[in-house]
Ligand binder design. Structure first.
Ligand SMILES: [Fe+2]
Ligand SMILES: [Fe+2]
Length: 221
């Protein structure tokens, strides 16, 4: 497992980063300004607070689209299948967030009430509406933004692990191992999270032209 994950790390670090559009650049610049340019576990935790948001924006749009399209059961069923896929990705991000929070608590990392607790929720709220609006207007735009976000996360995690070899000596102790998967070191855990982000990116890229709801679902009634 370790060897495979190291190969995936090399693959990420050898690949070019995606070109970010304006919304993604604004988000990354905001996070750099608030949490520093250097990658860190507290910064990854903020990333994970924000990462879930597009998935539940899409899920919500999907439920509304089902309300509008239930007279066409086959279409509504297809939309529901897509909602289930999106929900599974949200669940994966949910465990990333819990794992990061747990790591920081085990390390007694001091966090600020405003900067680390309140501001991430503000960023997530803004990002939710941006993702929602883009998705309603044109699903492709929201998937592009998410792919850029996930690509950024994948590269940041893999770069961080490469720059911190001590993480390969640190055992990963967690109450979420049965939920998320068993990884013996924090280094491998973070590589696996990075790989998940790549899969999320690939899922968004695969759906650029095939997302079934958003304006398409909403206009079907
Ligand atoms: Fe994540
Ligand atoms: Fe992700």
């Amino acid at each position: 497992m370790t060897e495979n994950l190291r190969q995936e790390q090399d693959r990420t670090l050898a690949s070019d980063r995606m070109r970010a559009g304006i919304p993604a650049r604004v988000l990354f610049a905001t996070m750099d300004r608030l949490y520093g340019r250097e990658a860190s576990l507290p910064k990854f935790r903020v990333l994970e607070v924000v990462a879930r948001v597009p998935y539940f924006a899409w899920e919500h749009v999907g439920y509304v689209a089902i309300t509008h399209t239930h007279q066409r059961p086959r279409l509504a069923r297809d939309i529901h299948d897509e909602v289930k896929t999106v929900r599974a990705q949200q669940d994966n991000e949910f465990f990333h967030l819990l794992i990061l929070e747990e790591l920081l608590q085990r390390r007694d990392t001091p966090l600020s009430g405003f900067r680390d607790r309140v501001l991430p929720q503000v960023i997530a709220a803004v990002y939710y509406y941006v993702s929602w609006l883009l998705y309603v207007v044109r699903p492709r735009w929201s998937h592009e933004l998410n792919a850029q976000f996930e690509d950024h996360a994948e590269h940041e995690y893999m770069r961080y692990v490469a720059d911190h070899p001590e993480l390969d000596e640190e055992p990963w102790v967690s109450e979420f191992r049965d939920d998320y998967g068993h990884h013996s070191t924090v280094g491998d855990l973070l590589r696996q999270i990075a790989l998940d982000e790549r899969h999320h990116k690939d899922a968004s890229l695969a759906r650029l032209d095939t997302a079934r709801f958003g304006s398409a679902g909403g206009s079907a009634d």
